[in-house]
Design a protein around this ligand. Structure first.
Ligand code: FES
Ligand SMILES: [Fe+2]
Length: 443
């Protein structure tokens, strides 16, 4: 249980707040590179700030204030130039560093005044990497974008998946260090959603949390009858610092839009069958899934992450942690909150918080604890994949409802699945609207 003040300290993300300052020390994935192919200018709200994210005609990204410093026009309607973005009201042009590089009328009428040199627009660093666009809103010098080893894997089909979640980011992130929820929210609830009353999954018998890992916490779980040399107990999974989960074949981030909304971002990798190698993906597709079923007005419950979303929003817009009753299963959450509070003190002392990478040598390839590493590093044949329900390429996208057909077909093509054979692809798994007719058991 927290005090009201502690809850505010941990949840508020605006500039100048302790958590807002902490989160601004990290690069955040905020969009996908391929989203800019058709529309190079996108409005975006991040940590309570209204901004515009653009890719200019030269391929350089910029992240600037939503409003033009001239007379406050909305720059989400601006247009990109070879270098920078131009306001559609009077044509002032800005570059990615926030410099005003042209004021067409002023430059002509009063060139000696150099008025443009006196004007800047708020700007943040932004870079495209691994199919995602990353933003850094903290003080200079910026750290490095982490080269997690998963991002460097070859022969995979990657997709970037988004969802907008109407609640605070911290309750989303606390789900990243909550092993027992697998048993109930995913395994057992899915049994009931399928209309069955059992059998339920094996009970968790032990959990443990290790905060020595530099880039987060590692959590391990043992369920009944699981041998102690099982990789879930010896290797575990990662609560990625400060706002992620993974990485396995998917890495998830909970990026604060503001105190009341969160952008869920997933980088998802599927290794193609060995017969399809070498495989090089030309474009990494991106899509945003719905979270509400339009037919019922209720949250979608069919897919793993949608089930998580139900938990997150169900805790309230900002979970009232003065009312909770934490138990043994919540030790990881308690440790995580404490570490955030300690890191706020570290920042106040002028030190880096946990997991900041500044040394390029340490960032060549960051090794992570990964269960079933050989599956991703060595690959499997199609027959081997189809023998494993959790890897079967015909099962479709397991994590989130609403994958568009275009992405589904691109995925099938990569996996060597005939798009005309719907049965082979697990028909009924999902529809374009996100409703489902069958559900997959997830352990
Ligand atoms: S308001 Fe943007 S150029 Fe005038
Ligand atoms: Fe979950």
């Amino acid at each position: 249980m927290l005090t009201e003040e502690q809850n505010r300290t941990l949840t508020e993300v605006g500039g100048g707040t302790p958590m807002g300052e902490l989160l601004r020390r990290y690069w955040m994935p905020v969009a996908a590179d391929s989203q800019f192919d058709e529309n190079p200018v996108r409005p975006i709200r991040l940590m309570g700030e209204d901004l515009v994210l653009y890719r200019d005609l030269g391929g350089t990204y910029g992240l600037v204030d939503r409003h033009c410093p001239h007379r406050r026009a909305d720059l989400s309607y601006a247009f990109v130039e070879n270098c920078g973005i131009r306001c559609n009201y009077h044509g002032w042009r800005f570059d990615e560093a926030g410099r005003c590089t042209e004021q067409p009328f002023e430059d002509m009428a009063n060139p000696d005044a150099k008025f443009k040199d006196k004007v800047t627009i708020k700007s943040y660093k932004v870079e495209a990497r691994f199919g995602m666009v990353w933003a850094y809103m903290g003080p200079a010098p910026a750290p490095l974008i982490p080269n997690y080893e998963t991002f460097l894997w070859k022969n995979g089909f990657v997709q970037i998946v988004f969802a907008t979640i109407p609640c605070n980011w911290l309750q989303c992130q606390e789900n990243s260090i909550d092993p027992v929820h697998f048993e109930w929210m995913h395994r057992n609830w899915t049994v009931r959603l399928n209309g069955d009353v059992g059998p339920y999954g094996k009970k968790h018998v032990r959990v443990r949390f290790d905060e020595k890992f530099e880039h987060g916490f590692v959590y391990k779980r043992l369920v009944a009858d699981m041998p102690e040399d099982h990789e879930r107990w010896t290797i575990g999974r990662i609560c990625l610092w400060p706002n992620g989960l993974g990485p396995l074949r998917h890495t998830e981030w909970r990026v604060p839009i503001d105190d009341h909304n969160t952008l869920s971002v997933t980088w998802h990798f599927t290794r193609v069958p060995k017969e399809r190698e070498p495989y090089v993906q030309e474009t990494i597709p991106a899509w945003e899934g719905p979270i509400c079923d339009p037919q019922t007005g209720r949250w979608i419950t069919s897919h793993v992450m949608n089930q998580d979303f139900v938990a997150w929003v169900g805790q309230g817009t900002i979970a009232d942690r003065t009312q909770e009753h934490l138990g043994t299963s919540d030790v990881g959450i308690i440790k995580m909150r404490k570490r955030f509070l300690d890191d706020m003190d570290a920042i106040a002392r002028g030190e880096d918080p946990k997991g900041i990478i500044r040394d390029p040598e340490k960032n060549v390839c960051i090794e992570m604890p990964i269960i079933d590493r050989e599956v991703y590093v060595d690959g499997l044949t199609a027959a081997e994949m189809m023998n494993d329900p959790s890897l079967d390429p015909r099962a479709g996208y397991p994590l989130q409802a609403g994958q568009p057909d275009a992405v589904r077909f691109a995925y099938m093509e990569a996996m060597g699945i005939d798009p005309n054979n719907a049965e082979a692809y697990g028909a009924g798994y999902l529809t374009a609207a996100g409703a489902t007719t069958s559900r997959r058991i997830w352990t």
